[in-house]
Ligand binder design. Structure first.
Ligand SMILES: [Zn+2]
Length: 433
């Protein structure tokens, strides 16, 4: 039996780098934001250690455990990961313990195997259309709209764009394109205007907030005092202080329950130097985010240490870098706009690490951290660009019997081509990654 499983392991994961040295390189290049984790993670020749707040060793992985534990972290939920983290601590697992973890995982292993005539047959792809508002009044709560007067438009009309509406149209078209190729696609919110809880924020606030907050006290997610304080907040305040992050975690939970081979998070950007976005800008760039770029604050919570260990021992970051490169390439080809450099924006300079892909940055956002699959978080263009805002405001194109801006169709097509090219890429199946 053991021989069969060992063969399966080799067949399924030929591309994983299973040495402590490979983990160290991954740590230095993608995970350690500007060297800030030097006092939180320690590497030795045959092990790495995660340190506790008092700087004692809290959790260790040894070289002979890497193969099994990298598969474990990619194929388990955070409850099971926490049990292992606490049970194992700095101990070395015995051969019997490693075998039993491996046996418990054998049915869960995700093998991206393409079968049949369609190029994405059998693959599960998760799509997350960023934000949730589909109208101006809801978008004002999440601050994700632009209301622009184009300096160059002759009649100086105001253009209002709602990002949550653009992302939903994009994901909806992309879903149909991927399903035509045989993929199984899940989308984190079913309707325009819905949050990941399948209702609008307005309805969640009106009908569900007291029940949800009470239930979170019952499972000790929040304290009774926090609950009382949250209940006093206005709709706007509760969004910023609680709901925004709570809903992002729900998106990640839904995605992880789907066990995707790939996740795509769809956003439309604005020029950060053009705040408060009341006039247009001539700047316009594409960029993508992938996991990585942790700082010491990110490692304070145990759940974040679990995500960190998964990213350190698995090749999810390298696969994310690969889909990131294909996405940027497809943006360039279909949209014909420039690719961002780190120096272009303050948030890239402060909070991201450059990867091997031009325009692909490691950034530790809730979704890039929580989602347990290779992923790309795309920011295809600036909505407040002088030309883009007019293009995005005009539903002049029909695709799958839906009227959309042609620009939205082009963005969907770019993601579609990137996904096809990613799954075709020989690097995905070799040790070159
Ligand atoms: Zn966004």
């Amino acid at each position: 039996m053991r021989i069969i499983f060992a063969v399966l392991l080799l067949v399924s994961f030929p591309f994983q780098s299973q040495t402590i040295d490979a983990c160290k390189q991954r740590f230095n290049k993608y995970l350690n934001l500007k060297g800030t984790l030097a006092k939180d993670v320690v590497f030795e020749n045959d092990a790495f250690h995660i340190l506790a707040a008092n700087k004692s060793k809290e959790f260790s992985i040894y070289e002979n455990e890497l193969k099994v534990l990298s598969v474990f972290f990619e194929n388990s939920n955070t409850d099971d990961q926490l049990k292992l983290y606490q049970f194992k601590g700095t101990k070395k697992l015995s051969k019997d313990q490693l075998d039993s973890i491996w046996l418990s995982l054998k049915d869960e292993i995700k093998i991206p195997k393409i079968s049949g005539n369609k190029s994405l047959q059998g693959l599960r792809i998760a799509l997350d259309p960023g934000h949730f508002a589909a109208n101006y009044s809801e978008s004002k709560i999440e601050g994700k709209f632009v209301k622009l007067v184009s300096e160059e438009a002759r009649n100086k009309d105001t253009i209002t764009l709602v990002e949550g509406q653009l992302t939903f149209m994009t994901a909806d078209l992309l879903k149909r394109m991927l399903e035509d190729q045989g993929a199984k696609v899940m989308i984190t919110r079913a309707k325009a205007g819905y949050t990941a809880f399948e209702i609008s924020y307005t309805d969640w606030f009106r009908f569900h907030r007291f029940r949800v907050l009470d239930s979170l006290v019952a499972i000790k997610e929040i304290t009774a005092t926090e609950c009382t304080n949250y209940k006093k907040l206005s709709k706007n305040q509760l969004f910023w202080q609680f709901f925004r992050d709570y809903e992002l975690v729900e998106r990640a939970r839904k995605i992880n329950n789907f066990y995707p081979h790939l996740s795509v998070i769809i956003h439309y950007n604005v020029d950060d130097k053009n705040a408060p976005w009341t006039k247009t800008t001539h700047r316009n760039t594409s960029m993508c985010f992938i996991p990585g770029g942790f700082n010491p604050t990110d490692l304070k919570k145990t759940v974040n240490k679990l995500h960190f260990v998964r990213l350190l021992v698995s090749d999810q970051i390298k696969k994310s870098e690969l889909i990131g490169k294909h996405t940027i390439h497809a943006f360039q080809k279909n949209l014909k706009i420039n690719t961002a450099k780190q120096i272009d924006t303050d948030y890239l300079m402060k909070n991201s690490l450059v990867s091997e892909g031009e325009g692909v940055f490691c950034r530790n956002l809730i979704l890039t951290r929580y989602i347990n699959s290779p992923l790309v978080y795309g920011e295809s263009l600036y909505q407040d660009n002088t030309i883009e805002c007019t293009l995005l405001n005009n539903c002049n194109y029909e695709s799958y019997n839906v009227a959309v801006p042609q620009r939205v169709y082009q963005v969907s097509k770019a993601y579609y081509e990137a996904i096809l090219n990613y799954f075709k890429d020989p690097l995905l199946k070799t040790s070159e990654l």
